[in-house]
Write a new protein. Structure first.
Length: 382
């Protein structure tokens, strides 16, 4: 007799088929998850790239603080060469013809970058009578403070302690409140308040007499021997924080907004940036008191204030600037190109010399993503 067995299970082939189908589905699901994760990461990367592009453009735009808004503008793109005036100590000076300086008992502040190895007059105006002359000099040794900064009113003075005759650049500022005597001047060297000594008290009452003379005593004696840059006069007493900002800016003008714009305040009455580099006239960017150069010659150097992005004073300075890794976003970098362009061409035609407009091209690159670029146009003179 033949016996039949009922088998309600799966054959080996069927089990294998099921396993294959399950593994295939798992692979498809896993691939979908990986693809989704990759797409999300890519989307996040593209979003971050767009944010960085916008941030970089806004950073560049915020640095449109060159004070020149009319020609001649810079003749080349990139960081500027810094012009300064060189005085030979024999007969060189600058005269603000017709400008008598701040007179009477009014508050005032004077700032200038100097580089010297000798004593000599920095600035002078007024009359040669007790209390009626206002001057600043690198001191001579008869007062026991060799080479220190000295502010004087004739028959009264205040002298600092730092010897300035080391052949290095120093930013010096002298401030006075209204109605002071000579022992109440504040003297600053490189942003720091000096320890001072004073002579007998003599009330400051500057005469409306001699024109402002820079680099000499009335254009006839005590000539300055060295270099000067960025000379300024305010009709107020600057605060310590303003002077610190002046020194840190390197421009002789303190920042009046968070955007970094080194613009003139309402109290700035003279600002000779001394960046002309040629000619015999110093253009006053603070008021209408130009200076006439007598004998002093032009020098030029790469300014320390433009050695980093924080010191740049023009859109020009960004040309060919690049960052291989953006801080906190190391997978990203960026590069910038600046061109002078003609507006008549729709800003498409780049030219080699200065024009009214500049085209700025910013590129955010990534190790795996395609580069993202944008372009904007900068209006005249900046």
């Amino acid at each position: 007799m033949k016996i039949k067995f009922s088998n309600s299970g799966f054959s080996l082939v069927e089990v294998l088929i099921v396993l294959i189908l399950l593994s295939g589905g798992f692979i498809i699901l896993l691939q979908a998850l990986i693809t989704g994760k990759f797409m999300n990461a890519k989307a996040e990367g593209l979003t971050q790239q767009a944010v960085l592009l916008n941030n970089t453009i806004q950073e560049i735009r915020s640095r449109r603080f060159d004070e020149k808004t009319s020609s001649p503008w810079s003749s080349t793109l990139g960081t500027d060469s810094d012009a300064y005036l060189s005085f030979d100590g024999a007969n060189d000076y600058v005269l603000a013809t017709g400008y008598k300086g701040i007179t009477g008992t009014a508050a005032r502040s004077i700032g200038v970058w100097i580089n010297t190895s000798a004593s000599g007059m920095i600035v002078n105006w007024g009359a040669n009578s007790p209390g009626q002359r206002f001057g600043i000099r690198v001191n001579i040794n008869q007062y026991g403070n060799n080479g220190a900064l000295k502010a004087e009113v004739n028959s009264g003075y205040t002298t600092g302690t730092t010897d300035l005759r080391d052949g290095n650049w120093h930013y010096i500022v002298v401030t006075a409140a209204s109605n002071i005597s000579a022992n109440q001047f504040n003297l600053y060297v490189d942003g720091a308040l000096e320890t001072v000594s004073s002579s007998m008290s003599q009330t400051m009452n500057t005469a409306n007499s001699l024109d402002v003379s820079v680099g000499s005593y009335t254009g006839s004696s005590n000539f300055f021997n060295g270099n000067m840059d960025k000379f300024s006069i305010w009709n107020k007493q600057l605060t310590a924080s303003e002077i610190t900002a002046l020194y840190n800016s390197g421009n002789g003008i303190y920042a009046t907004s968070n955007s970094g714009n080194y613009t003139s305040s309402s109290n700035l009455v003279v600002y000779w940036k001394m960046n002309e580099g040629s000619g015999s006239t110093l253009t006053d960017l603070g008021g209408n008191n130009n200076g006439t150069i007598n004998g002093a010659t032009w020098g030029s150097s790469q300014p320390s204030s433009e050695s980093t992005i924080s010191g740049w004073d023009d859109i020009d300075d960004f040309n060919l600037y690049s960052v291989s890794e953006i801080p906190n976003y190391t997978a990203f970098g960026y590069s910038v190109k600046v061109h002078y362009v003609q507006s008549s061409s729709g800003f498409h035609s780049a030219i080699t010399g200065p024009s009214d407009y500049k085209r700025v091209m910013v590129e955010i690159n990534h190790k795996t993503l395609p580069a993202l670029r944008d372009t904007f146009i900068v209006s005249p003179g900046l």
